[in-house]
Ligand binder design. Structure first.
Ligand code: HEC
Length: 178
């Protein structure tokens, strides 16, 4: 029995060592820009969100240790894909505004920064003042529903136009038959 548990331990240790050699591309792509926002907003985002939402990730020491490194790599990759604050100007104005609203949705819901990030990065914790800054910034963006309504109206006009044309055509047909 003793021998068996020693074998299990050795196997686990071997696995742990072997997985350290699985290469993961922990890179920071070139920083091509910066979130365009007032300084206080920028400061909060840089402090609490940049590790996963920018090309300026600060990789901690435990990001070198598998399997933790795999989890971190996945978070940063997905985080950058969802919103990259150092590629902000590459988004359309509408998308930027969506993200701006999304930031407050995530923060007010307590979803961002993620729960597991907070104990490891006490400096990334959002104070009430930080939250108020993000909320004000988000609220100051143009309202999205209005833009949605506008594009719905445009679509409706196009549909209406083609329906009218079709109605005319069928009316012509009826008239031709008479
Ligand atoms: C530890 C990494 C990490 C940190 C730090 C982090 N995020 Fe995220 N964030 C993610 C990941 C991963 C996703 C994509 C998956 C998801 O939606 O959960 C994401 C998604 C998002 C989205 C898009 C949600 C959607 O559904 O479109 C927003 C907005 C966001 N985060 C805002 C923030 C803000 C604001 C901060 C800082 C206050 C922050 N995040 C900090 C990892 C992080």
């Amino acid at each position: 029995m003793k021998r068996r548990s020693r074998n299990i331990l050795l196997t686990l240790l071997t696995i742990l060592i072997v997985i350290q050699f699985v290469p993961i591309p922990k890179t920071n792509p070139p920083v091509t820009g910066e979130i365009q926002a007032p300084e206080p907003v920028k400061a909060v985002l840089q402090r609490s969100c940049y590790d996963c939402h920018s090309n300026r990730t600060v990789w901690p020491w435990y990001s070198k240790v598998a399997p933790v490194s795999w989890l971190l790599y996945r978070d940063v990759t997905q985080g950058r894909k969802a919103m990259n604050l150092t590629e902000w100007q590459e988004m359309t104005a509408l998308r930027q505004n969506r993200r701006r609203k999304g930031v407050w949705t995530e923060v007010s819901g307590g979803d961002m920064p993620p729960w597991f990030y907070r104990p490891l990065h006490p400096s990334g914790k959002l104070s009430d003042a930080d939250k108020a800054i993000l909320k004000a910034w988000s609220d100051a963006g143009p309202a999205i529903p209005r833009q949605k309504a506008e594009s719905r109206r445009q679509k409706a006009e196009v549909v209406l136009g083609s329906l009218t044309a079709a109605a005319h055509r069928s009316q012509d047909k009826v008239e031709n038959r008479n």
